[in-house]
Design a protein around this ligand. Structure first.
Ligand SMILES: *[C@@H]1O[C@H](CO)[C@@H](O)[C@H](O)[C@H]1NC(C)=O
Ligand SMILES: *[C@@H]1O[C@H](CO)[C@@H](O)[C@H](O)[C@H]1NC(C)=O
Ligand SMILES: *[C@@H]1O[C@H](CO)[C@@H](O)[C@H](O)[C@H]1NC(C)=O
Ligand SMILES: *[C@@H]1O[C@H](CO)[C@@H](O)[C@H](O)[C@H]1NC(C)=O
Ligand SMILES: *[C@@H]1O[C@H](CO)[C@@H](O)[C@H](O)[C@H]1NC(C)=O
Length: 371
């Protein structure tokens, strides 16, 4: 099925299914061990249960995870934080370290000077309560939890005594984003595309406190990640007055899927999954597209986004430092951004600047697919 048709099929289906497949409020207990049987994944759009577990049970090929990050908006301050809450089997999601539990939480931190610090915790299961558009999650026996409320936003609490980290990350309330399935069998909810978030963590006696650009989403699948993904470029950031989220994905057959989100002064000016609405291409020495495993991770990206009547936003991203890397398959980095808005007529607006947090995944088993 062509991508376009698949997406419209899914949106049509979601309207029909919304009332039956989405729960109003529910408590989910997720056991720490891999479950037998078939996993039911929800790829339809749901106004309620936006942040609920989306695949149940977690069998050996299922992954489901909640992702939060905050990056400083100031290029001279590298402060950033990534927090992930997984209910995923390690075979399903190849970038997880082997663990005897599916309930894993991770924290990655960059201090202002770019020094990296990371911790992971394995636990005894998780409890997620999804109540309309809000949720809370507790990863049991680990000291990682979040709560959310429509009037107060998201509040992540970290209290991991054995690695000596305590503190909070707070996101203000935002309107719900879009729900979508980005590629067959990979779902993606862009719950918080851009929010003014506040980080206050005490890491071994060193305080990391900053305000920055926060992002939250979740993604999931009932199929192992490696089964569908060939390359994956994702990121979010700010450039001048624009908040952007980009996503450009190639599946194993060489079919490209994209998603673009752009807001200006808090108003959405572009939100599209239509091919051509955005292109994200690697830059740097020997960068090629489609990418191949024999070249190193890109040192930057060139992104072009169609803003409709506003014109085209051309964005360049340069990697400043990397939070996580498995070269060449995986990198999550922060970088500085510059942009130009090219209106349909009239002079371009140049010199837009900002910061972004982004990642690259190349996942080929064996030789690169023959695109
Ligand atoms: C998990 O469930 C999915 C979806 O039903 C199924 O395709 C897959 O084969 C199951 N995995 C295992 C290891 O049983
Ligand atoms: C960077 O900052 C961290 C946290 O304050 C500190 O522990 C580390 O020594 C600093 N590194 C350098 C090279 O200054
Ligand atoms: C899930 O989302 C995060 C953040 O957007 C991204 O880094 C990651 O690649 C996504 N992974 C999957 C498997 O969907
Ligand atoms: C780019 O390709 C050239 C020629 O193959 C090679 O010498 C060089 O090391 C490559 N650069 C990187 C960064 O991989
Ligand atoms: C990022 O900053 C470096 C150093 O100031 C600069 O050379 C580079 O052009 C900047 N990149 C972008 C995309 O703005």
């Amino acid at each position: 099925m062509a991508r376009k048709h698949l997406i419209s099929f899914i949106s049509a289906l979601s309207i029909v299914l919304a009332s039956v497949s989405c729960v109003q409020s529910q408590v989910f207990h997720i056991p720490s061990t891999i479950q037998d049987g078939t996993a039911q994944a929800q790829f339809t759009s749901c106004e309620t249960g936006l942040d609920a577990p989306k695949v149940r049970p977690i069998n050996e090929s299922a992954f489901d995870w909640w992702y939060y990050d905050v990056a400083s908006a100031d290029p001279s301050d590298l402060s950033s934080v990534v927090v992930t809450f997984f209910t995923s089997s390690q075979p399903a999601f190849p970038f997880l370290d082997p663990a005897d539990t599916v309930t894993i939480a991770n924290l990655w931190v960059l201090f202002p000077n770019g020094t990296l610090w990371a911790a992971a915790a394995d636990g005894d299961g998780a409890t997620v309560i999804a109540d309309g558009k809000t949720s809370s999650g507790m990863w049991l026996g680990m000291g990682f939890s979040w709560t959310s409320h429509h009037s107060s936003g998201y509040h992540i609490e970290i209290n991991v005594l054995d690695v000596d980290v305590t503190g909070t990350i707070t996101f203000p309330p935002v309107r719900a984003g879009q729900n979508l399935e980005v590629g067959p069998h990979v779902g993606w909810v862009n719950t918080i595309p851009d929010a003014a978030a506040v980080v206050s963590l005490n890491i071994g006696g060193t305080l990391l406190a900053f305000a920055g650009t926060g992002y939250h989403n979740k993604n999931w699948s009932d199929q192992v990640f490696a089964a569908h993904v060939a390359s994956w470029y994702w990121g979010h950031g700010r450039v001048g007055p624009y908040s952007i989220v980009w996503f450009d994905f190639l599946d194993k057959t060489g079919t490209e899927s994209v998603s673009a989100y752009v807001a200006k002064d808090g108003k959405i000016v572009a939100a599209s999954c239509t091919l051509g609405s955005i292109t994200v291409r690697p830059t740097g020495q020997n960068a090629t597209y489609p990418p191949v495993l024999s070249t190193p991770n890109p040192t930057g990206y060139h992104i072009a986004i169609d803003l409709g009547e506003e014109g085209t936003l051309a964005v360049d991203v340069t990697v400043l430092t990397t939070l996580i890397t498995v070269n060449p398959e995986y990198a999550r980095s922060i970088g500085n951004v510059s942009g130009t808005l090219m209106p349909a007529s009239g002079a371009p607006t140049m010199g837009l600047t900002g910061m972004a947090l982004f990642m690259t995944v190349l996942w080929f088993q064996g030789p690169s697919p023959n695109f």
